[in-house]
Design a protein around this ligand. Sequence first.
Ligand SMILES: [Zn+2]
Length: 57
Amino acid sequence: MAKNNENRANVTLKCSKCGELNYRVQKNKKNDPERMEISKFCPRCRQHTDHKETKSA
Ligand SMILES: [Zn+2]
């Protein structure tokens, strides 16, 4: 059935400092099976912080 989107997962990137959910992205489960951890700008911290993947619907 939904073959095309099988490996697409919606994930939310959460600031590891303040816990704000700043980014919603789609990742490819096949290419990125591990949890993503990216340095991104957090508007609440007003600086780049580590953002970790959390699950989202
Ligand atoms: Zn933050």
